[in-house]
Ligand binder design. Sequence first.
Ligand code: BDR
Ligand code: CA
Length: 314
Amino acid sequence: MKNFILDVDTGVDDAFALLFAARHPEINLLGVTCVDGNTNLKQVVINTLKVLDAAEAGDIPVGVGATRPLIDEPRYAEHVHGKDGLGDMGYPESARKVDPRPAVELMRDLIEGSSDPVTLIPLAPLTNIALFLRAFPESAKKVERIVLMGGSASQGNATATAEFNIWHDPEAAAIVFQSGIPITMYGLDVFNQLRMNKSFSERLLATSHAPSTFGGRLIDAMLSRLNYEITLGDYGAVAVALYPELATQETMKVMVDTTFGPNRGATICDHRPEEFQERNYTKTWLEQNPGVQVCKTIKVDELRELWMETLSRP
Ligand code: BDR
Ligand code: CA
């Protein structure tokens, strides 16, 4: 059993991830924290609670976090995720209540209260995580690993070089990447490989099982909006946190571009041989930055079937 906390900006692909995390028998989903990103925070919370209903999840605490990035103005991705950030499917609002604690306090309490190691899985801009690291550094030391969806070792999506989650709050991302906590980066290089088409939604919609039909409707909503094969996106990060062997990974030094030029928000991934790296970084920096596990390839068929099976569980 693995203890996970998900930080989300739900978001269609965050929904794919939440459905999986709430239903997988080997995942102990301690809590979910919300941050603005794909859409505004209020809508992110509404969407997150709806998805937990659809997943038939138990009483999982949901914390409300940052309403905006540390420095930049928010810039939403409603052109991808729909006006409501969840494919405009019209599902009713949930009766679930949010946890009264701010997201960073909820994270602290869940980590401090867990007798087993906790993995943080941010699937969104890293504002909440950076605030947590700064507010509660002693609790942060107890985090076993951060497995994040964000960044790219190749090209970007928000800009030519920057991936959306990092671009939305580059300063927060820089704090997280320099935290010293072991990090796995599930970036765009693999994010875009996990494609779904109509044949998968048809399988899910052929059942009368509520989590499956919700997943099927989400796929269809995105297919009709974007009109091409869509990706399960953020879900892959949760799956790789649970089963690291589903991805090949390479250790790289990762720096976030926080300048205000055309590469703002890009993740500079250095995988040159050590003797070349040593020429650019100080000894101290190299000691403090042992490297990020960057996912390079994923087992697409296994990941897709794992998601389908997990949703379909009774
Ligand atoms: C990431 O940004 C959001 O649009 C998605 O939910 C995902 O986390 C992809 O760049
Ligand atoms: Ca997301």
